[in-house]
Design a protein around this ligand. Structure first.
Ligand code: NAG
Ligand code: NAG
Length: 993
């Protein structure tokens, strides 16, 4: 007998080849046939069959194994889904602002999970067939010989295929790596136009490449050109190796402009489909840049006219949109600008005219436009909150646009804030995106933070994308790290987290005139080292509302250090005099102080000595010894410096680079709050090229977010906002805090929400910022509680529970209380809470146990003795005890019995007392009638006197007996009552405990 075993069926069933995107439909069918053919050909064989009775018995294994049963239990309710996998990858779906520096979007590719696709990919390693389509918007050609557009850096840190660059003449340079490892490059002489959306489509097919350039011309039509390259050898195309960068990276700067959507076809090179999207955002970006360009020309002409001392007013014909009546009749128009221009730049011209004295009063031309743009920005901030209702809003928006075009970058963030949050203008997300991208492309710190934050969290229509977020955060992280070295910079202050509803925190910010600073000054002048140090620090950094004054700070540092008792003070002063900040440089003294401080146990001074030997003496061996010593003792600078030596292999004794060790050192430094450490660690995490360190873009972004909030420029804005608040201009402070809140700074979000609330603004404004503050790594407690209340008002209990439970996780007593109340009302208990309390969700748990557990935890966070939590806890315990008590089979009958006996007893005693009382009353009536000498009623011959005496005696006896027994009875009653109450109470208490 000949049995054909066809493995193809099982193979088909097992391999997830047949699930994928519609894009791969065509390829699937092809492979199906191929696979079928191949397998059918060589799998036939002869098998001798046995009747069932002769077949060897398979040993019985008993029951199903525990693991298999568990798997079955876990997965029986889930429907198996094949992972959606496509060979088309949208690398970017939202514009990215490339500043022309060394920062870009890093992307990596992993092998396909789908076996069919993966097989095609491995085949294509030597016979590539791939396509890449990307949109570009150039603001300038490259500043150096070449700038990066898309770069593939392979696992050996070499440029792989493709490497697409922009030259200084606007040409496209394409470099690829051949299969034999050699590199080849071609230039397409295209001279790409500026301020135009351009699409570049690259097609790679074995040894050939094709580039199609499509330009979108202003009128909407497109023009296309094609360039062919023949490399004569197959191109090596291994996209899973290393990483891809869009824009700049460590090795090469990026171009200055925007990326539009980027789409990559990993396996096919026939056709690409990559439309311009989101269309309105991209078109608006273009429109704004062209508008600005023109405005700059108009402004330049105006300034030129001013310089030549012409009467400019004759050049500026008031447009019909302006104040028509003003001066119009008296003016002769010389028409320097067309009517159209005058209409469009009406506001700019008006602002120039208004500030003419200011401009002419200044010397250089470049600086004062910048200065003017800041003045305009500040004016707008002052007036914007009042202009909300009137149509002045639109005018202010235009003023801000002018300010932005003239170079004040904060205007972009304010514009974005107004449009995204809908403050004074209707919400318009796309317009908001445009302004924030404009801020980003001009390298503005706050705008970069804003873009990074929104992409990190996926807010306001910015897609959640950690790769893009990293692109922005890496930039601002680097800037923060360089900003930190510029202590003297008057625009920098450390970020202070002052909540406006916290009086203690506000009290620390009272500045020069406040009692804290006055007290410190007093103590410092009396020679108290601690006060001198604190005062010096405040003056050096401009913290606590104090004006920055480096010279005075250095003076106090000197006084505190020269006591030679405090190593920290000595170290701080040593750094000042070594760098010559605020004092004359004196290296001899600096070194002496550092050595002394190190001897006295300052680890930072050890690092300082390392710095001294590496930068001044240039003795590497000695330097690294000090750095290592500092690092071992937990100095974050020391950790970072040793990390740098490891990363670059710069240590004279150990020449090889050790990135893994460097990464660990950077990470530890970052955890101690070192900005540079976080930047370096994040860079290594985001490329994923370090051995033993998996790529983790989320972690990289989080590391950076924490340190960029230390940026001095951000801190300065926070200080300004606070001072505005302290001056009493709450509306203006709200605008300032709102701008900062958009950058993701949680304290600003808290304060913005608080101000919205106290100023009675629309609730949308409040909820926006409360909501934002809940996204943070360490969320604001008040934000969580507010959002919880908000959701429970909307009856969205799932979200409300989520908010409260997050508050619980962060140790908020109020959160505990609210959550407990909701659970008590019968809502489901979130798993996160169960996990936190160590109760497995699988347990069939009792609701009241959770509530009680929550409330007792809540007690741990509270300070006062009587608190809502403790009261409710008592109430619950009481109710439960009562229930247990009344439900108990022994205690209740017992208690009832006792109560019954007790009541019987009371009744008996009462009756007795009543009887006694009545008899006494009766006796006294008799006595009184007797005394009055009334005749006896009966005429039986017995002497009434006698009878009465007899009766009297008996009655007296009873009365005496009763008057004797009354106190006893009452004692008895009290005792019995006491005992009964005691017993019942004890039974009750035993239940309570
Ligand atoms: C492609 O890259 C991967 C990942 O780095 C590597 O393991 C593989 O060997 C490379 N393939 C070829 C053909 O170079
Ligand atoms: C540096 O300080 C030392 C000790 O205070 C002093 O003797 C020396 O004159 C100073 N040098 C300069 C250049 O000021």
């Amino acid at each position: 007998m000949r049995v054909v075993l066809s493995f193809i069926c099982t193979a088909l069933l097992l391999s997830p080849v047949w699930c994928g995107s519609p894009d791969t439909d065509r390829t699937r069918r092809g492979n199906h046939a191929e696979a079928y053919d191949r397998s059918l050909v060589r799998t036939s064989t002869f098998v001798r069959t046995l009747p069932p009775s002769q077949r060897p018995a398979y040993p019985q294994t008993g029951s199903v194994s525990w693991g298999a049963w568990l798997m079955w239990q876990l997965t029986k309710d889930t429907v198996r889904k094949c992972p959606h996998e496509s060979e088309t990858v949208d690398i970017l779906s939202f514009p990215f602002a490339s500043t022309g520096e060394r920062f870009g979007v890093i992307h990596t590719f992993s092998p396909f999970k789908n076996r069919d696709l993966e097989r095609r990919r491995t085949l294509a390693l030597k016979q590539p067939s791939a396509a890449l389509s990307l949109w570009l918007y150039l603001l300038s050609w490259c500043g150096q010989s070449v700038c990066g557009i898309v770069k593939h850096v392979n696992e050996h840190r070499k440029y792989g295929s493709p490497l697409i660059m922009l030259s200084d003449a606007g040409n496209i340079v394409l470099q690829v790596q051949m299969v034999d490892g050699e590199e080849q490059a071609f230039t397409a002489h295209t001279a790409l136009p500026l301020h135009t959306w351009i699409r570049l489509d690259f097609f790679f097919q074995v040894s050939k490449a094709k580039l199609t350039i499509t330009k979108v011309l202003p009128a909407g039509q497109t023009s296309e050109s094609t360039h062919f390259f023949d490399f004569r050898q197959p191109i090596k195309f291994n996209d899973t190796s290393g990483y891809f960068v869009m824009g700049g990276c460590n090795y090469m700067k990026g171009f200055h402009g925007y990326f539009g959507p980027i789409r990559y076809y990993r396996l096919s090179s026939e056709k690409v489909k990559n439309p311009l999207s989101p269309v309105r955002t991209l078109k608006e970006l273009d429109r704004f840049h062209r508008h600005c360009e023109e405005m700059q020309q108009v402004t330049e002409q105006y300034l030129e006219a001013l310089r030549q001392n012409r009467d400019v007013s004759t050049d500026v014909c008031e447009s019909y949109y302006g104040d028509l009546g003003r001066k119009f009749g008296r003016r002769e128009c010389t028409q320097t600008w067309s009517w159209d221009q005058q209409r469009r730049f009406n506001i700019a011209l008006r602002l120039l005219e208004e500030h003419q004295d200011f401009i002419t009063g200044l010397e250089s031309s470049g600086g004062h436009l910048q200065h003017l743009s800041r003045v305009i920005f500040q004016n707008v901030v002052k007036t914007i909150s009042k202009a909300e209702e009137s149509d002045g809003g639109l005018d202010l928006i235009e003023q801000l646009q002018v300010s932005l075009c003239w170079g004040h970058q904060h205007s972009s963030l304010l514009l974005a804030t107004l449009h995204l949050a809908g403050l004074g203008v209707p919400v318009d997300l796309e317009q908001g995106h445009v302004y924030s991208l404009i801020g980003g492309v001009s390298d503005d710190r706050l705008a970069l933070m804003h873009l990074g934050y929104k992409h990190m969290e996926g807010l306001d229509g910015f897609p959640k994308d950690q790769n893009t977020a990293y692109g922005y955060y890496a930039n601002i992280g680097k800037q923060t790290s360089t900003d930190q070295d510029k202590v003297q910079d008057s625009w920098q202050t450390p970020t202070e987290h002052v909540h406006l509803n916290n009086d203690d925190e506000l009290h620390t910010q009272t500045g020069e005139q406040g009692d804290i600073v006055q007290y410190l000054k007093h103590q410092a002048s009396r020679g108290d080292v601690e006060s001198q140090k604190s005062l010096a620090r405040m003056l050096l950094w401009g913290s606590n509302g104090v004006e920055k004054n480096i010279r005075t700070a250095a003076m106090w540092y000197a006084r505190s250090a020269l006591h030679m008792v405090d190593p920290a003070a000595m170290y701080d002063y040593a750094i000042l005099i070594l760098k010559g900040t605020g004092v004359k440089k004196n290296r001899t003294l600096g070194l002496k102080l550092l050595e002394k401080a190190a001897d006295m146990g300052s680890v930072e001074a050890l690092n300082g000595l390392g710095w001294y030997y590496s930068t001044i003496v240039k003795n590497r061996r000695k330097a690294i010894r000090y750095f290592e010593l500092a690092a071992q003792n937990g100095s974050r600078d020391g950790l970072f410096n040793v990390g740098l030596y490891q990363l670059n292999g710069a240590s004279p004794d150990k020449q090889e680079r050790n990135e893994t060790a460097a990464f660990q050192l950077f990470l530890r430094a970052a955890q101690l709050g070192h900005v540079g450490g976080a930047v370096e660690a994040a860079a290594l995490l985001s490329t994923g090229t370090v051995r033993g360190v998996a790529r983790d873009q989320d972690k990289a972004v989080l590391l950076l977010k924490r340190v960029i909030e230390m940026n001095g420029h951000l801190g300065f804005m926070v200080k300004e906002a606070l001072q505005t608040y302290q001056r009493g201009s709450w509306d203006e402070a709200l605008v300032k805090y709102a701008i900062l809140a958009e950058t993701g700074l949680s304290v600003a979000q808290h304060n913005a929400a608080h101000l919205c609330e106290v100023l009675g603004h629309s609730s949308a404004c409040q909820w926006r910022y409360h909501n934002y503050s809940t996204y943070n790594h360490i969320p604001q407690e008040s934000g969580l509680l507010r959002m919880g209340d908000y959701y429970s008002k909307l009856s969205d209990m799932v979200k409300a529970m989520h908010m409260y439970s997050t508050a619980v996780v962060h140790g908020s007593p109020q959160g505990h209380f609210n959550l407990a109340m909701l659970i008590e009302e019968g809502y489901e208990v979130p798993d996160i809470i169960l996990d936190q309390m160590g109760i497995s969700a699988a347990h069939n748990l009792n609701r009241s146990v959770v509530v009680e557990n929550l409330l007792s935890r809540c007690r741990e966070f509270e300070e006062a003795d009587v608190t809502p939590c403790s009261l409710v806890l008592w109430k619950i315990k009481f109710i439960r005890a009562w229930r247990d008590f009344t439900h108990s089979s022994v205690q209740l009958p017992l208690a009832c019995g006792m109560a019954a006996i007790f009541s019987l007893f009371i009744i008996a005693v009462l009756l007795q007392t009543l009887l006694a009382f009545y008899s006494t009353a009766y006796l006294s009536t008799n006595q009184s009638s007797e005394r009055r000498g009334e005749p006896a009623v009966d005429g039986q011959g017995i002497s009434p006197q006698e009878t009465s005496t007899h009766q009297q005696q008996r009655d007296r006896l009873t009365a005496a007996h009763n008057s004797l027994s009354l106190p006893e009875t009452s004692d008895l009653v009290v005792t019995v009552t006491g005992v009964c109450v005691c017993v019942i109470f004890t039974m009750f208490i035993s239940n309570l405990l």
